[in-house]
Design a protein around this ligand. Structure first.
Ligand SMILES: Nc1ncnc2c1ncn2[C@@H]1O[C@H](COP(=O)(O)OP(=O)(O)OP(=O)(O)O)[C@@H](O)[C@H]1O
Length: 251
């Protein structure tokens, strides 16, 4: 089967410093794949390279078999890859409803349809409500996004990332800063919105990673040292030495 995402010899340098040092990675269609690694390993940089925010210094990136290296983010998005950001990217003054609506407007069908405008409008609004029901924020639809709780804002971001119907979804630290119960809710939400799709996530919380991921890649100093199932990663000596150690025992 064609990979959802394939990285071949990906290199990224900032000035003279090589941050990503020749990464090969195959993310299978329909899997939940976590990228873990110590601070500064290059996880966010790798995300930015896949989603088009950074240009590659070397190598190539493929989405469902099609090369997307160095395409602008909106083109990659329209080809079916959607991502959320570590830093919140909601419009705080706009209502929850409008935030989701805005996210959906980016979907090609809506943006380029001038005909049957009223039908499209109705269809768009119906889809916004479906998303809000799915993420449990239907009763908060009129509230400005800026007054939602932190966990609600993160749920909204996840909802927006998934709303456009992209079949590959990338989440950058989706549970960062959440309490235990908020994290549990976020895990269920992520499971629900990524059902039948491919999920790639960067996550520091090993509990979340071992709960959600089908496979895990470990990035250390810009190189992937292992890609495997959670169980095999937990037992991998090189991973334990380089990174996991005590964290895995407590997961
Ligand atoms: N735009 C940039 N210009 C120069 N250096 C950068 C840039 N972005 C990241 N770096 C450097 O690249 C390295 C990897 O950073 P990155 O944020 O990708 O790591 P990370 O694994 O996501 O870390 P964390 O887990 O702390 O979020 C760091 O040393 C960082 O300082």
């Amino acid at each position: 089967m064609t990979s959802a995402i394939a990285l071949k010899g990906v290199v990224k340098s900032f000035g003279p410093t090589q941050i990503i040092r020749g990464v090969d990675l195959d993310i299978r269609q329909g899997e939940r794949h976590a990228i873990i690694g110590p601070n500064g390993a290059g996880k966010s940089t790798l995300f930015h390279l896949i989603s088009g925010r950074y240009t590659l210094t070397g190598g190539s990136v493929h989405l469902k078999g099609e090369e997307i290296s160095n395409l602008p983010p909106y083109e990659i998005y329209r080809k079916g890859l959607s991502r959320s950001f570590q830093v919140t990217n909601l419009f705080p003054q706009m209502s929850v409803f409008e935030n989701v609506r805005c996210g959906l407007m980016w979907v090609k069908n809506y943006r380029y349809s001038f005909w049957h405008l009223v039908d499209r409008e109705r269809d768009l609004n119906r889809r916004v409500m479906e998303v809000l029901e799915e993420i449990g924020l239907a009763n908060r639809q009129h509230v400005p996004a800026g007054v939602l709780t932190y966990a609600e804002q993160r749920a909204l971001e996840i909802g927006i990332a998934a709303a456009g119907g992209a079949d590959v979804i990338m989440l950058d630290e989706p549970t960062a800063g959440m309490s235990h119960s908020e994290t549990d809710q976020a895990i269920s939400l992520i499971r629900k919105v990524t059902e039948g799709r491919t999920l790639v996530m960067v996550e520091h919380d090993m509990g979340v990673v071992f709960d959600l991921a089908d496979r895990i890649s470990v990035l250390v100093y810009g190189e992937i040292i292992a890609t495997d199932t959670p169980e095999n990663i937990r037992n991998n000596k090189a991973v334990q030495e380089a990174y996991l150690g005590a964290e895995a025992e407590h997961a």
